[in-house]
Write a protein that binds this ligand. Sequence first.
Ligand code: UGC
Ligand code: NI
Length: 168
Amino acid sequence: MTKNRKTITPKPLTSAAFSAFGDVIEANAEAKIIEINDGFTQRYHDLAKIDVTDKTGHPIVNIFRSTPLAQPIAIKMMERHPHGSQAFIPMGQNPYIVVVAPAGEFDVDKIEIFLANSNQGVNYHKGTWHHFCLALGSESDFLVIDRGGNGDNCDVLELDGSLVIAEC
Ligand SMILES: NC(=O)N[C@@H](O)C(=O)O
Ligand code: NI
């Protein structure tokens, strides 16, 4: 039986639109800017809630080297980290796609899809449902800050792939 395929066009990533899911990490006017280093540096201060100490967890810093999936991308999984936040900060110049749904009971109808530019990082708040990292263009490195420690910190859901991301 053919699935009733639904295509969603990613929308631009903004702090306001993403606020239900986490933080957008970017140097913009909304951030608190502190002049430091004799005025030679602008500090965009305290941009994301790194929340990784549940169950004696600790922060870890990683690099994820992601290979783009063939487009159009069908959403076949979502995952969440019940004990910690997870931040992705692009290290290159490629855009990428962010697929999220609110924490709590998963609802496929509440999936939202964003197109992020290379100047924007995202920090998924604890429990936010998300797809794994979706690079665009070419192999892309992301600096990832998330939780190290005991306990199972990754719940994974399989989806039927009927939700498809419009090519971008
Ligand atoms: N599993 C893992 O380390 N990464 C995922 O959590 C992800 O969001 O990419
Ligand atoms: Ni994750």
